[in-house]
Design a protein around this ligand. Structure first.
Ligand code: AMP
Length: 283
C-alpha cells in the first residue's frame, strides 16, 4: 500500500493505475462500516484508494473536532488489511492552503435534518471536501454509507450538478448485534451508555413497524419511535420522516419513507436512519 500526503503525490501515484479506480472517503477511526465500503470497492475496482482526512470545515465551533478519534497507524494497518492500494492522507494545509475561498453548497438538501441540527455549513464543508477528493483522485466509482443518508444525497447531487464523472455508490449500514450502527463516535460511549444507545435502532424499527402495519400519519408513526427512546431516557434532537430522495417532510405516508434520528447519548452525538416501506394494500 502506498501512502500519499500531497495532492501531487496522489495524482502521480494514480497516473497509470489500473481502471476502474474506486475511492472510499473516510475520517479514519476505521470500523466495520468502513470495511464494508472498502470490501465493495475491492470487489468492483482494479485500484482502491482510501482517503483519511478529518475535515475541519464540516465541524461546527462547538463540535468534537479536537476530540475526534485519531490513530493513523491503526488506520493504516486496517487499510492495508482491506487491500487498499493507495492511502491519501493529506494535512489540513494541503487541502486548505492560505487563500482557499471556494465553497460548494447543495441548496435544498443541506438545510433539513442534520443541516437544521448542525447548521447548513456542515454540508457545505462535506460537499466541498468531497468535490476536492473526487477531483484529486478522479475515481470511476466512489463509495459512501447509507448510515449518513443525507450526506450521500448531498454528494450524489453535487457530483451530478458539477458533472463529476464518478458513479456514487451507497452501501448498506453495518450494525452491531443489538442494531446499533457502527460509528467512530461509538468510542465515546461508556458501557451503560452503549447499552442505552440500542434504543436508537429500536426506535427506527418501531417507526418502520408502525408504517409497515398501515399507519399513514407521520406524527403517529414517529410517536412509536419517540416512546422507545424516552423509555431509555433519550430525548432526540430530531426523529423525522422525510422523502428518501428530496428530504421533504412527509405529510402522509404513501411510499417509502426515510426515518432519520439524531440523539445525544452521553457525550456522543449519534445519527441513524432506515427506509420504511408502507404496508402494501390488499385488494
Ligand atoms: P466517516 O469516517 O464517519 O466520515 O465515514 C466514512 C464513510 O463510511 C461514509 O461514507 C459513511 O457513511 C460510511 N459509514 C460510516 N458508518 C457506517 C456504517 N455503520 N455502515 C456503513 N457505512 C458507514
Amino acid at each position: 500500500m502506498r501512502v500519499a500526503r500531497t495532492i501531487a503525490a496522489a495524482r502521480a501515484a494514480l497516473a497509470d493505475a489500473p481502471r476502474p479506480v474506486g475511492l472510499v472517503p473516510t475520517m479514519g477511526a476505521l470500523h466495520d462500516g468502513h470495511r464494508s465500503l472498502l470490501r465493495r470497492a475491492r470487489e468492483e475496482c482494479a485500484t482502491v484508494v482510501m482517503s483519511l482526512f478529518v475535515n475541519p470545515t464540516q465541524f461546527g465551533p462547538s463540535e468534537d473536532l479536537a476530540d475526534y478519534p485519531r490513530d493513523e497507524r491503526r488506520d493504516r494497518r486496517a487499510a492495508r488489511a482491506a487491500g487498499v492500494d493507495l492511502l491519501f492522507a493529506p494535512t489540513d494545509a494541503e487541502m486548505y492552503p492560505p487563500g482557499f475561498a471556494t465553497t460548494v453548497s447543495v441548496a435544498g438538501l443541506r438545510e433539513p435534518l442534520e443541516g437544521a441540527a448542525r447548521g447548513p455549513a456542515h454540508f457545505d464543508g462535506v460537499a466541498t471536501v468531497v468535490a476536492k477528493l473526487l477531483n484529486i483522485v478522479a475515481p470511476q466509482v466512489a463509495y459512501f454509507g447509507q448510515k449518513d443518508a443525507q450526506q450521500a444525497l448531498v454528494i450524489a447531487r453535487m457530483a451530478r450538478d458539477l458533472d463529476i464523472p464518478a458513479r456514487i455508490e451507497v452501501c448498506p449500514t453495518v450494525r452491531e448485534e443489538d442494531g446499533l450502527a457502527r460509528s467512530s463516535r461509538n468510542a465515546y460511549l461508556d458501557a451503560a451508555e452503549r447499552e442505552r444507545a440500542a434504543a436508537i435502532p429500536a426506535a427506527l424499527r418501531a417507526v418502520a413497524a408502525s408504517i409497515g402495519g398501515g399507519e399513514r400519519d407521520p406524527a403517529a408513526a414517529a410517536a412509536a419511535g419517540l416512546e422507545e427512546l424516552r423509555r431509555r431516557g433519550i430525548e432526540p434532537e430530531y426523529l423525522a420522516l422525510a422523502d428518501p430522495r428530496t428530504l421533504a417532510p412527509v405529510e402522509r405516508v404513501s411510499g417509502p419513507v426515510l426515518v432519520a434520528v439524531a440523539a445525544r447519548v452521553g457525550r456522543a452525538r449519534l445519527i441513524d436512519n432506515l427506509v420504511a416501506q408502507p404496508a402494501t394494500r390488499r385488494t
